[in-house]
Design a protein around this ligand. Structure first.
Ligand code: ZN
Length: 489
């Protein structure tokens, strides 16, 4: 009987049951069976996952409030367009990526003179960044507004002027418009032609421009400012020297200060009383115009002699129900060659406002003494859509005296090669790299934050690995002990 009892006591299951109770036995079965290792790892993995999730949220909640420090401080992110391999517009020695950086630095420097604003920059050197990286960075620092600085260029080098692009959606549209109106007023006050504030959609119906699309996703208003065109003589005085770029930076900064109602003791300005009519939040997507303008009529006057040539006056009537007219051009050879694009201005030289009504403009074109002309006029709306008139036959005038064609009476030159004006522009920025040296600034502290988080996660990971090793150690030890006991028995 005693032997039986001893035998029973020697049975490891019974022994352990007596020694530590059923709970421990179940644990032990799990850890000492054939599947011991797998079970151990499985449990450790679950444990690690729980620790990780807890740690992630703990770190997240510890870091994020620091990013959004003071709700009274405006935080903006400036994005100098392009960089590194991504040159942007590249024309006659002018490089957009360098120019946007100079403007951005000047903008940041100017804004540093204001109270209540914190400025971040996506890049401060000549590096290539993806659009995603730019927007992610802005979101990471908790920017209230994303300002993308650019310069423009067109395929045929025939466009000029400043334009702004904003999101087509809800409050991002409204806030974008509010700022863009201030910005465009400042740019046109400089003398730049107003190419408008526009939206653009892709085939999926979301914002065409990636930065605006991605900024929308994180609910951050943004704007793309195309200051001027780098490839057209009409804009040359607005980009051909360094001081002008600094001027853009100060202008952009001042517009930000106006938009947010900031003040600066250093500059002695206070925009806190400045008011503007807020753009209502649209209830549906603000679609760009996709219909051509309507060219109603072109009326030609009788040719007349003046200023060493023969001229004719022309009245053009056009309209677009969706947006205003932007340019016009003409051909005198039935559409083979075209003039440069001229501003759609009334007789006082004022931009004709948001159309709907018929726009009428007057111009003068030279009449060829050498050949018959087939004149066609082309009108362009704000979205660069155009309409052409029917060819108008104009017989060469009977020439009693041979005369050279002279300069036009009212500022309209003959069809000219518009690139001529830009030829002298090269090398203005050939030593642009020296500006780069002056632009070395440190990234804000927030940029370092992810590293701290990384260290904490690494420590937790190390603890988890240690835990796994301890459990495995125990499993091996216990297995060894059990098999020893079995051997002794
Ligand atoms: Zn650009």
């Amino acid at each position: 009987m005693k032997q039986v009892l001893l035998q029973k006591m020697n049975n490891s299951d019974q022994y352990d049951r007596l020694r530590t109770g059923a709970g421990f036995l179940r644990m032990k079965e799990v850890f000492t069976g054939k599947k011991a290792c797998i079970s151990g790892l499985f449990m450790t993995a679950i444990l690690s996952a729980v620790v990780f999730v807890c740690a992630f949220f703990a770190i997240g909640s510890a870091v994020i409030p620091e990013v959004k420090a003071d709700p009274d401080i405006v935080r903006i992110c400036i994005d100098p367009g392009h960089g590194g391999e991504n040159l942007g517009a590249d024309y006659n020695g002018y490089l957009e990526k360098d120019m946007t950086l100079i403007v951005a630095e000047a903008m940041r420097e100017e804004l540093a003179k204001y109270e209540g604003i914190e400025v971040f920059m996506t890049r401060t050197s000549d590096v290539d960044m993806s659009l995603e990286e730019r927007v992610d960075y802005a979101a990471e620092v908790g920017a209230d507004f994303f300002f993308c600085l650019h310069f423009n260029m067109s395929a045929d080098h025939d466009m000029y002027g400043a334009e702004c692009w904003v999101s087509a959606f809800d409050s991002k549209y409204a806030r974008g418009m509010d700022f863009a109106k201030i910005e465009m007023r400042a740019l046109t006050d400089l003398g730049l032609y107003d190419r408008g504030i526009k939206t653009r959609l892709n085939s999926k119906g979301t914002n065409y421009y990636g930065v605006l699309r991605m900024a929308d996703e994180v609910d951050m208003p943004g704007i793309i400012i195309e200051h001027c065109h780098l490839d057209n003589y009409n804009d040359e005085e607005f980009y051909d020297h360094h001081d002008m770029l600094v001027k853009y930076g100060i202008l952009d900064a001042t517009c930000v200060a106006m938009y947010y109602g900031l003040r600066s003791d250093e500059l002695g300005v206070d925009y806190s009383d400045m008011t503007y009519e807020e753009t209502p939040v649209p209830t549906s997507v603000v679609k760009p115009d996709d219909t051509d303008p309507v060219l109603e009529s072109v009326i030609y006057g009788e040719p007349y002699e003046a200023e060493g040539g023969t001229w004719t006056d022309v009245e053009i009537k056009a309209h677009d129900d969706d947006c205003r007219m932007l340019y016009y051009s003409y051909s005198t050879d039935g559409g083979i060659h075209w003039s440069e694009r001229y501003r759609w201005m009334d007789d006082e030289g004022e931009l004709i406002g948001d159309a709907i009504l018929t726009d009428t403009i007057h111009t003068t074109i030279p009449v060829s003494a050498e050949r018959d002309m087939y004149v066609i006029f082309k009108v362009y709306n704000l979205y660069n859509l155009d309409s052409e008139s029917e060819p108008y036959y104009m017989a060469k005038p009977p020439a009693p005296e041979e005369e050279d064609q002279g300069q036009p009476a009212e500022g309209i030159s003959q069809t000219t090669d518009i690139q001529n004006g830009s030829d002298g522009g090269i090398s203005a920025y050939s030593d642009i790299s020296r500006y780069d040296e002056a632009t070395e600034i440190e990234r804000p502290d927030e940029a370092v934050k992810p590293d701290t988080a990384f260290i904490v996660i690494a420590v937790i990971l190390a603890v988890c690995i240690l835990l796994v090793l301890l459990i495995l150690g125990y499993v091996v030890y216990d297995n060894h002990r059990s098999s020893g006991r079995r051997r002794r028995r």
